[in-house]
Write a protein of this length. Sequence first.
Length: 91
Amino acid sequence: MGPILATTLTLVGANPSQGLWYMAAYVLGFSIPFLFMAFFITKFAWVKKYSYSVMKVGGGIMIAMGMILLFDRLTLINSLLQPIFGDFQGF
């Protein structure tokens, strides 16, 4: 939340006339996922059923990403995802 809010506030400072729209977009982008989960939490019963497996898979992904970052092999992920996303160079 910190860097994104800081960037949004920097944009507001650079262009005050558009500040309301920047902050509205930030607030909506931050709050919609929480509202969605609050309204539809009963529909996500499968999460509770498979939470142990989801935590194990998520932990494995975190360990794998940590090892990739440790050994500076992030270009490996770029080469694996290039057929899917094309030659994306970033924002």
